[in-house]
Design a binder for this molecule. Structure first.
Ligand SMILES: Nc1ncnc2c1ncn2[C@@H]1O[C@H](COP(=O)(O)OP(=O)(O)OP(=O)(O)O)[C@@H](O)[C@H]1O
Ligand SMILES: [Mg+2]
Length: 502
């Protein structure tokens, strides 16, 4: 087997704190290689070195047997490394082919754009990926998996041999994941190598050939996927057996806290009715485009314009802006962390206390000591890894940012917390910590609404579940009723159940 990439003894520190402590990584030609590890283990840092975004302090890189140095992203691209970041870099109102040739448009001798040629070349790469998309289709018409596939197509057009995919599936639905995996298999068969970063171990087992696990910046294990199980991989990642997953325990549930009646918004959702009780964990699930995100962005005030009633503790409220939702006791962890969740210019600590500054403000000054003490509590509960809590939250690994945003709303102590895709990019151990924290807070009387396409996640913690399809609620289910099959029937709109009008 030809070796496509060999990274040896890679070391990297930030502000004197070692993050990579001598990592070896070997990628073969034509394989899908999983790069695994807990949040903050060093996966993205290692890939940023390969992508020329960061420079290693020590170590060497060989590509197809030749020693190279990668001083910048441009060089990395020239060496045939394609980097597909989680935040996709496409221009929504341009077509597929225009995005593929952005900045390197083909022109003829007279300087005119050779549109036909660019369209043809785009078709050729899309054919190679075996997807049937028209090159003139606009990006905003595509679902997230197709956008990801367009990014892959772009890196193929740039002649990539090795494609890095940093958590490509966190915001994809099962159906979209299937599409993406089909493309990945086609690529592999054509001799491309893929480095696949994911926290979803089931996916890793189904799509990858080999794996490398990092733990605290060190190489924990590497080998063939067929020799391992989910449990074994999890053990390599966290260095010990994963504590057995807690079973659902019934809790006492109180009076109705939040009620929504006949709520509609143009082109988003229609006639929504539901109620949430004190101490309840309510699930909203469905496939992508089901309208649940739009629904709760409206209830939180991120989106304006709705018909119908939002009732908090028996009183009709008008939500126009997130501040009105917060003053009604509603908090919200959005699904698009990078765009809506974090404030990059603020520190880890400031992000965590952002929604509850009053608690930490004494006349004129912010009580930093109090902030730090609060941070310590959640740092322990959620195992947050941060090199420096006074530096920008952007320096935290993806999963750790997610934990800070979750902590922000627990600190704010709102009665209702809406969580959209709460465990996106969170490692398997921390995921359990998050579930436990939610359940523990529900036991204390906080109410949660969980939005997720992950049926297992919904079943694991929710007391009651609403399923949506194309902007409408198609079923209200008790958790015992919510098997994968049943959820799928309502999520695809194959059946609609009468929803009780309490
Ligand atoms: N620019 C930076 N400045 C300071 N620390 C950083 C910087 N970039 C990364 N780190 C730290 O390096 C460590 C490794 O981060 P990295 O992003 O590589 O983790 P990861 O394995 O990708 O985690 P995740 O699964 O959460 O994405 C983290 O502790 C992170 O806070
Ligand atoms: Mg990462």
């Amino acid at each position: 087997m030809e070796i496509a990439l060999k990274m040896s003894g890679i070391k990297k520190s930030f502000n004197g704190v070692p993050v990579l402590k001598g990592i070896d990584l070997e990628i073969r030609k034509g394989e899908i290689h999983a790069l695994l590890g807990e949040n903050g283990a060093g996966k993205s840092t290692l890939m940023n070195i390969l992508g020329g975004i960061l420079q290693p302090d020590q170590g060497s890189i060989e590509l197809f047997g030749n020693k190279v140095s990668i001083p910048n992203p441009h060089t990395s691209k020239q060496f045939g490394i394609g980097f597909i970041h989680q935040e996709l870099n496409l221009v929504s109102d341009l077509t597929i082919y225009e995005n593929l040739f952005l900045g390197k448009e083909r022109t003829n001798a007279l300087g005119f754009l050779e549109k036909k040629k660019m369209v043809q070349e785009t078709s050729k790469v899309l054919d190679l990926l075996d997807v049937h998309l028209h090159p003139r289709k606009l990006i905003f018409e595509l679902d997230v998996s197709m956008k990801q596939i367009v990014e892959i197509a772009r890196s193929l057009l740039q002649d990539s041999k090795i494609i890095i995919m940093d958590e490509p599936t966190t915001s994809l639905t099962d159906k979209e994941i299937t599409k993406l995996f089909k493309v990945m298999r086609n690529l592999k068969e054509s001799g491309y190598s893929i480095i696949f970063i994911s926290h979803k171990l089931k996916e890793v087992l189904s799509i990858c050939d080999r794996y490398t696990v990092l733990r605290d910046g060190e190489l924990a294990s590497s080998g063939d996927i067929r020799d391992v199980t989910e449990e074994i991989l999890a053990k390599y990642m966290i260095g010990k057996e994963l504590s057995s997953t807690e079973q659902y325990v019934t809790r006492e549930i109180g009076d109705i806290l939040l009620e929504v009646k006949n709520l509609s918004a143009h082109h988003s959702f229609y006639n929504i009715q539901f109620s949430l009780r004190k101490g309840e964990i309510l699930g909203f699930t469905g496939l992508s485009g089901d309208g649940r995100t739009e629904l709760f962005e409206t209830i939180f005030g991120f989106r304006t314009g709705y018909f119908g009633d939002i009732i908090v503790k028996g009183k009709k409220v008008k939500v126009k802006h997130p501040t009105s939702a917060v003053s009604n006791g509603i908090g919200f962890v959005p699904k698009n962390r990078k765009e809506n969740g974090i404030v990059k210019d603020l520190s880890v600590l400031q992000n965590m206390t952002l929604s509850s500054l009053k608690k930490f403000t004494e006349p004129l000054i912010v009580n930093q000591k109090k902030e730090e003490q609060t941070y310590q509590v959640y740092q322990q509960q959620l195992n947050i890894k941060a090199v420096d809590i006074h530096s920008s939250i952007a320096n935290l690994s993806g999963g750790n940012q997610q934990k800070v945003i979750l902590a922000k709303w627990l600190v704010a102590d709102t009665e209702v917390i809406i969580l959209d895709n709460p465990t996106q990019g969170v490692d398997i151990g921390a995921r359990n910590d998050i579930y436990e924290l939610i359940v523990e807070n529900a036991r204390k009387g906080k109410s949660f609404i969980i939005l997720s396409s992950d049926f297992g996640e919904i079943r694991r913690i929710c007391d009651r579940i609403y399923v949506m399809f194309q902007g409408k609620i198609t079923a209200e289910l008790k958790r015992e009723e919510a098997s994968d099959e049943t959820l799928m029937i309502y999520a695809t709109g194959a059946k609609i159940k009468e929803v009780s009008k309490k």
